[in-house]
Design a protein around this ligand. Structure first.
Ligand SMILES: Cc1ncc(COP(=O)(O)O)c(C=O)c1O
Length: 367
């Protein structure tokens, strides 16, 4: 049977997302003990999740036989209180990745254009292609979004523009003033998506609520996968004007966020103390990695997020060398940065282990 012959042509052309390798896979492939491996490849939280979120998740398991609340009532109320917005200004997703896909369902048709930074989070491009639209990639300047060039890239066919702040994979952020000026200058047929997956790592992230209050075409994306440490549960959200959110609500599946995730996210949001501790630990971890890079004369990009780009020469070789030593980082060839690796900030001992393994790999390569 020729199933590929039956599929839409666009599906056959669709590039596939390459996730960071799970610890178990690396252990199997290299014959290593999983307990000995550290994964600093996917910008997860090395401190786990809020204990309160885990208690709530475990309690929710007792109701596993019931469908979840499709409207995410409690989480929505908690978000409304947290943000001082209305409950109908939030759309919950199976990770913020799902909200990106919902944006595609609502706005994108073949022939449409989507403006994004290059490199930026690859899912923007994948979703654009999935809907037959055209990605218009605008090179970064100084590792951050070139908002002036992105504005110039907008045409009558542009439907969406993605600004990740801080950006992944570079960790560089745009200021609130720059971002607000950019959104206010957009033509009326373009929706700006401000991806704030790492915003909680900033003491004072840009606040787009004034733009929402002005009725601008903007949506913020947040996730519980990063500072809240709930990546396995898959929960994120978009927030913006109630009419825009209503369109996204029309195209989502009825039970897209499971009950365990809803309970855990609601409790995590209430545990501001945990998020604060993680933010402080991340800042200290970044300093540790920067100092490690400086003492080894390695160039790095100062980051506002929970990861850092390090210039290593041959990124693929260093990735392989580190992996063989039980340290999983992210090579960036797919992001057009083959000389760099992206390293998630780990615990103090994980950061030390990464730096020591890097010494080993670089020494072996120079022999
Ligand atoms: C910039 C950015 N946006 C969105 C996401 C997706 O997060 P999730 O789907 O886990 O909420 C990620 C994940 O790495 C990211 O880096």
């Amino acid at each position: 049977m020729n199933f590929a012959g039956l599929a839409k042509k666009s599906v056959l052309q669709q590039p596939v997302y390459e996730p960071g390798k799970p610890i178990e896979d690396v252990a199997r492939e290299l014959g290593l003990d999983p307990a000995e491996i550290i994964k600093v490849a996917s910008n997860e939280n090395p401190h786990g999740a809020s204990p309160k979120a885990l208690i709530a998740a475990r309690a929710a398991l007792d109701q596993a036989q019931l469908y979840p609340d499709g409207g995410c009532y409690r989480l929505r109320q908690a978000l409304a209180k947290h943000w001082q917005l209305k409950p109908d200004q939030f759309v919950l997703g199976n990770g913020s990745n799902e909200v990106i896909e919902l944006l595609g369902h609502v706005f994108l048709e073949p022939g449409d254009e989507v403006v994004m930074g290059a490199p930026a989070f690859v899912v923007y491009k994948l979703v654009t292609l999935l809907f037959g639209a055209t990605p218009v990639e605008v090179p970064l300047v100084k590792y951050g979004h070139d908002l002036a060039a992105m504005r110039r890239a907008i045409t009558p066919r542009t439907k969406l523009v993605f600004v990740a702040t801080p950006n992944n994979p570079t960790g560089v952020t745009n200021s609130e003033a720059e971002l607000c000026a950019f959104v206010r200058a957009l033509p009326g047929h373009v929706v700006c998506v401000v991806d704030e997956a790492y915003a909680e790592f900033l003491a004072q992230p840009p606040d787009i609520r004034p733009l929402i209050a002005e009725g601008r075409a903007v949506i913020g994306l947040r996730t519980f996968s990063k500072i809240y440490g709930l990546a396995a549960l898959r929960v994120g959200y978009g927030y913006g004007d109630a009419e825009l959110i209503g369109l996204l609500e029309r195209v989502r599946q009825p039970f897209n966020v499971n009950a365990i995730a809803q309970a855990a996210a609601t409790a995590a949001l209430a545990d501001g103390e945990f998020a604060k501790r993680c933010r402080e630990a991340n800042a200290a971890g970044l300093e540790q990695l920067y100092a490690g890079c400086r003492s080894r004369a390695l160039t790095y990009v100062p980051s506002a997020a929970n990861f850092v780009l390090i210039h290593v020469g041959d990124g693929a070789a260093v990735f392989n060398g580190l992996q063989a030593r039980g340290v999983i980082v992210r090579p960036l060839r797919g992001y057009g940065m083959p000389e760099w690796v992206r390293v998630t900030v780990g615990t103090e001992s994980q950061n030390r282990r990464l730096l020591e393994a890097l010494d080993d790999v670089l020494a072996a390569r120079s022999r």
